[in-house]
Design a protein around this ligand. Structure first.
Ligand code: FAD
Length: 281
């Protein structure tokens, strides 16, 4: 079923369907003082030709980053590079992207997906980190073992994007209570500050952002704050004004449904927001 008629409603979170649209949005974000992370939407792919096309698209993104001199990194999901079909396929595709990025000195972020992919995502991340240092991975604070995961990456001098976690998981492995998730986030964040790990805090939670600023002032450890496109623009602007490094995660592509669904699940009032955004351009 084609849902393209809904695109005007979701542009707030997704740059559009094409790379051209994403590049325009990225340029605009750069001009507002934000560093950018470009993501070609797609997940749980099992069609080999679609997976190959995804690799091709990431190379195209990197060509445009260089050509248009955009301050940007890329972010990808393991299952859009074939992890559902086996680790070897994923590794082969990831290697192609990382080699391309390495030659152009472009940072690559590996998003964290559902917990069934966690072990494989971390293991391959740590392997590739030996070859390329400009490589980061997301750690989800809702995981009960988030601190152990963070330690694994910290010990190898990795670059961590700390997020709360966006997927529906069993309470046996994740905290489900909002306050418990926030407490776990704080615990992991404090550890990462203490160890001066390369760190991107990716949360729109104002309380956590303020907590982090206290830690920046206390430890002098330089970190970056990351936000998803279309969320808490006020906070982003304020952080830039205060001299912080702010990153905007900009997704695009025809497969936007799952991503938008997660944003709406996080905040039900987004359904209303989506509707009003069409009329208040
Ligand atoms: P919340 O408690 O959800 O929200 C705090 C406040 O932020 C809310 O009260 C509201 O004011 C605002 N807010 C939050 N979400 C929305 C929204 N959708 N619309 C409007 N306002 C909102 N998750 C993963 O599982 N894996 C990843 O790899 C991953 N990468 C991410 C990369 C970036 C840069 C960011 C910012 C998030 C990423 N996430 C990822 C998503 C993350 O896990 C959370 O699901 C999402 O950020 C919402 O959690 P929060 O920390 O903002 O806190």
């Amino acid at each position: 079923m084609n849902y393209d008629y809904l695109i005007p409603f979701v542009r707030r979170w997704v740059a559009g369907k094409t790379l051209e649209e994403a590049i325009n949005v990225a340029k605009n974000a750069n001009s507002n003082g934000y560093f950018v992370v470009l993501n070609y939407l797609g997940e749980e792919l099992t069609d080999p030709s679609e997976i190959k096309f995804t690799v091709f698209e990431y190379r195209r993104i990197m060509d445009r980053i260089i050509r248009d001199k955009i301050n940007a990194a890329i972010a990808l999901k393991p299952t859009q590079l074939g992890l559902c079909m086996g680790e070897e396929i994923y590794i082969e595709n990831l290697a192609e992207i990382i080699n391309y990025a390495k030659k152009r000195n472009i940072m690559v972020w590996i998003d964290m997906e559902r917990s069934i992919y966690l072990d494989s995502t971390i293991r391959t991340y740590l392997d590739f980190l030996k070859e390329y240092r400009e490589l980061g991975v997301a750690i989800q604070a809702y995981m009960r073992n988030a601190i152990e995961l963070a330690k694994l990456v910290a010990e190898k001098d990795g670059f961590i994007r700390l997020v709360k976690g966006a997927y529906k998981e069993s309470p046996e492995i994740v905290f489900t209570d909002k306050e418990e998730i926030r407490e776990n986030y704080k615990k992991v964040m404090k550890y990462l500050f203490e160890k001066k790990v390369r760190l991107e805090l990716a949360t729109h939670d104002e309380k956590l952002v303020y907590e982090a600023i206290k830690l920046v002032l206390k430890t002098n450890h330089n970190i970056e704050f990351a936000f998803l496109r279309g969320i808490r623009n006020d906070l982003k602007r304020w952080l830039v004004k205060e001299g912080m490094r702010v990153v905007e995660y900009i997704p695009y592509g025809p497969s936007w449904k799952d991503y938008v669904y997660r944003r709406i699940r996080e905040k039900r009032s987004n359904i209303l927001l989506a509707l009003t955004s069409v009329f208040t351009k």
